[in-house]
Design a protein around this ligand. Structure first.
Ligand code: ADP
Ligand code: MG
Length: 481
């Protein structure tokens, strides 16, 4: 049945490129008429590819695109009531503003007077009235992008696609243009499909956000849904400054993570591996005795309405928002109410944990240097003669702004009862074990607050003291800024 409320429907769209790479996979989406929908995800997750299929510049290898309930997958771009504003605005530099905007209308052979009127109208809309005769080179980046938007709007599309349209602008200009675009959307009443990798931009502008990763939809929802109820660890990590901990259910409504035991509201079977998400505003700073976990305050920044307090707790850096300040260097307790803990069932048992780096920009874990250095992880980077880390553009990288995570599979970690073995990276105690068909799965609590999942074919006992060996060729590192 035709659904006229939806202007666009994508039904199981996939796009596999000639080299076999699947850039978009089983993408399902309904867009309501007049909605502001945003595709949000990291670079390379398939946002542009999806947009190009909606515009008609690319064809899906599978699935259908419906416009007002009618299949348009094979319709050429110029027969779709859709216009696109690209990441690079690509104005014609040798033409003035009028000619840039009128270009498409002239091709359509519209009467001169009508073209003039339409161009005037869209220039007003983007706040550039009277700019007809100006040349492109006299405009700022923000003004050029407005011309690009005007050029798309002059065709009176029903749907406007915007592919990272503000990506080239500086922060202040970007904020201004965000508000203007939102106002334009409300004024025009047409459907906007917007692409960005900036979560704040998505949260402030959209009616609906589609979070994507590796060609797949991770979650669709309102900004509030996405922020408050992330459906998986990827979404939680990508949106906002959440604290994310790996842990395990130690009872049906109690969870262990970050080296502490917490009551929660999600009823999940004991022994289940989980990811716990705690928003910074849901953590309370309390005297050490009253805390479920403890740590040392490493920084306090005043953010206007609240303080952002960072606490080092074992292996974890916990970020807290509080209306009360705290003293840097002091020991504090941290408390989270059950409803401030969002439990997600871990998709797999992969261990993920933060690693440190030392002055030589080599990675360290638990005070031991690893075989990898930061210059190997950041493309095009090197150390200069002042021992600074320099990126590919020759700029100094602030090591404090970089977080490195290590992932290692549970079957790749070895346990030994010889805790003094020099290969041992960290010691711990077995706190959970269950038989998983052809191997045992263990949870090892380490003294640094990070719990590890380890698979082993041999039976160990609860409470056994073990050393963990993490072979360097099995450790994978990723950098997060
Ligand atoms: P985004 O816009 O989210 O940054 P894209 O949609 O541009 O991502 O690209 C998604 C993935 O598809 C990337 O890994 C990119 O390298 C790959 N890709 C894009 N176009 C092609 C192509 N023509 N052939 C092969 N791979 C491609
Ligand atoms: Mg893109």
């Amino acid at each position: 049945m035709e659904n006229t409320e939806n202007i666009i429907e994508l039904k199981s769209i996939s796009r596999t490129f000639a080299d076999g790479f699947k850039a978009v996979e089983d993408f399902n989406l309904e867009v309501k008429r007049g909605e502001f929908v945003t595709f949000l995800g990291p670079s390379g997750c398939g946002k542009t590819t999806t947009l190009r299929m909606i515009a008609g510049f690319d064809l899906p290898t599978e699935g259908q695109i419906l416009l007002d309930g009618k299949e348009i997958s094979k319709l050429p771009p110029n027969e779709r009531p859709i216009n696109t504003v690209f990441q690079r605005y690509a104005l014609f530099p040798h033409m003035n503003i009028f000619d840039n905007i009128a270009f498409g209308l002239k091709l359509k052979k519209l009467p001169k007077e009508e073209i003039k009127k339409k161009v005037k109208k869209v220039l007003e809309l983007v706040d550039l009235e009277g700019f007809e005769k100006r040349s492109v080179s006299t405009l700022s980046g923000g003004q050029q992008q407005r011309v690009a938007i005007a050029r798309a709007l002059v065709n009176e599309p029903e749907i406007l696609l915007l592919d990272e349209p503000l990506g080239a602008l500086d922060l202040k200009m970007r904020k201004e243009m965000q508000l203007e675009l939102k106002a334009m959307h409300d004024e025009l009443g047409i459907t906007f499909i917007y692409v960005t990798h900036d979560q704040e931009e998505a949260l402030t502008m959209s009616d609906k956000i589609v979070v994507m990763n590796e060609g797949k939809i991770q979650q669709i929802g309102t900004p509030e849904d996405i922020y408050n109820e992330p459906q998986n660890a990827f979404v939680a990590d990508f949106i906002g400054d959440s604290n994310i901990f790996n842990g395990i259910m130690t009872g049906s409504m109690t969870a262990r993570f970050a080296g502490g035991e917490f009551r929660c509201v999600d009823d999940v079977p004991e022994g289940t591996r989980i990811t716990a998400v705690v928003r910074p505003e849901d953590i309370e700073v309390v005297p050490t005795k009253e805390g479920q976990i403890r740590g040392k305050v490493t920084s306090v920044i005043f953010k206007g309405i609240h303080y952002e307090i960072t606490v080092e707790s074992g292996r974890y850096e916990v970020v807290i928002q509080s209306t009360k300040s705290a003293d840097v260097g002091s020991e504090v307790g941290m408390k989270v109410e059950p409803d401030g803990i969002h439990i997600m069932i871990a998709e797999d048992d992969t261990n993920i944990f933060p690693v440190d780096m030392n002055k030589r920009h080599r990675l360290e874990f638990n005070g031991q240097e690893l075989d990898t250095s930061l210059t190997q992880l950041i493309k095009g980077s090197h150390r200069n003669e002042n021992h600074e880390l320099i990126n590919e553009n020759g700029e100094v990288i602030d090591p404090d702004k970089i977080h490195v995570f290590c992932t290692i599979e549970p079957e790749d970690i070895r346990m030994t009862d010889d805790v003094d073995d020099e290969q041992v990276l960290v010691e711990g105690t077995i706190s959970n074990l269950f038989y998983a068909g052809d191997h045992y799965s263990y949870v090892v609590n380490t003294e640094i607050g990070q719990d590890f999942i380890v698979y082993d074919e041999y039976l160990w006992n609860m409470g056994d003291r073990v050393g963990l060996i993490l072979p360097s060729d099995k450790m994978r590192f990723s950098v997060k800024k």
